[in-house]
Design a protein. Structure first.
Length: 365
């Protein structure tokens, strides 16, 4: 028991070292990039922080950007836990956005707001799950790569939504390819006036704790982990591996679908082209940086959202290009991978030296 506790502490310490080393390397690289643009470092970093966390409005903007990243990354982590790597968060977001739009545009305007919001969330989840279902079936039945399938379905979903808002669902009052605005009672309410903190933000972060509890404190969570570690061993242990993999993939799609539903009913208030904003892809990076752990995912999503929102303020303050935030995010991912490798290598060397020391002591005895 003591040994397991000690190993747990070591893993936590190693994880913290990886994060700190990543932050340090990213800070150094970012500073060098800013100097290349002759930007004052103090002004640039102050603008970055103020632009993402300095006022009530910017805090709301940051949390609003983080919410879909959290949801899609949580979905990815649930799928990955069972060995299903869902690269289709983008397409499932489109599907969820479409489902919520159909509900919010065509159900009776007199629907009570509470029922309307529940229907929006459920429709997003169901459409996201349905979009993930063929992938789960083909993977478990015929061994088709879920990565290839989800990438293909991303393009299908994007093209289908683009067609719908160009012809049958297009708002006749504007030449822009977009749907009409959602009915008011189906819009997710703003919780803090003058900000973008809407109901979907709260729901997204509540799901962080729901998924944590589900993954670490329930039998199904254990079955997911066992299946991901070894599907053959899990099968011998009596775990219904096929059902677990299908359900995890559908749950993954459901989370992405809810994220899409929130975007159309809480942020844009209509179905538009590019409604996902690339969140489906960015969330995969967020999940990896968060080590597929709910709390880690929440932190990583907030960091990415802060960079996205704060970089706009930094651009206005010191004249950096708009693409700088993308460069920083890419470097952060690169340095994370490097830091993880370095810490693992150092830990391995320390363990090898400790073992060698023990063997030498045993030989002398």
């Amino acid at each position: 028991m003591r040994k397991e506790t000690k190993n747990g502490y070591r893993k936590s310490a190693d994880g913290l070292l990886v994060v700190l080393l990543t932050i340090l390397l990213t800070f150094i690289a970012c500073s060098l990039l800013l100097r290349l643009y002759n930007a004052d470092l103090g002004t640039a970093y102050a603008a970055l922080i103020r632009g993402s966390w300095g006022t009530k409005y910017t805090i709301g903007e940051t949390l609003s950007k983080a919410a879909p990243l959290v949801l899609v990354a949580l979905g990815f982590s649930v799928g990955a836990r069972s060995g299903m790597f869902n690269i289709g968060g983008e397409g499932q977001m489109f599907a969820g956005a479409l489902g919520a739009s159909l509900v919010a545009l065509y159900l009776p305007a007199g629907t009570p707001p509470v029922i309307a919001i529940v229907l929006v969330v459920l429709s997003g989840a169901v459409f996201g799950m349905l979009w993930a279902m063929p992938v789960a079936f083909l993977k478990t039945r015929f061994g088709v790569s879920e990565i290839v399938m989800t990438v293909m379905l991303n393009e299908v979903a994007s093209g289908f939504v683009s067609y719908l808002i160009s012809v049958p669902m297009k708002d006749p009052m504007t030449p822009i390819h977009q749907s009409p605005i959602m009915q008011e009672n189906f819009q997710l309410p703003e919780l803090l006036q003058g900000t973008k903190i809407y109901l979907g933000v709260v729901i997204a972060f509540v799901f962080v704790f729901v998924v944590w509890f589900f993954m670490s404190r329930t039998t199904v969570g254990y079955q997911l982990k066992a299946t991901g570690l070894s599907s053959r061993a899990a099968l011998y242990a009596g775990i219904p591996v096929t059902s677990v993999m299908v359900l995890s993939m559908m749950a993954s799609g459901g989370f992405a679908g809810i994220a899409g539903a929130f975007e159309v009913t809480g942020v844009h208030l209509r179905l538009i082209e590019g409604v996902t904003g690339g969140c489906g892809f960015t969330a995969i990076i967020v999940a990896q940086l968060g080590k597929n752990r709910p709390l880690g995912i929440a932190v990583a999503a907030l960091v990415f959202a802060s960079l996205t929102v704060g970089s706009a303020a930094m651009q206005r303050a010191v004249g950096t290009p708009a693409m700088l935030s993308d460069m920083i995010e890419g470097l952060a991912v690169l340095f994370f991978i490097m830091s993880e490798y370095i810490v693992k290598r150092v830990r391995k060397e320390i363990n090898n030296k400790a073992i060698a020391k023990q063997l030498a002591a045993a030989a002398q005895a």
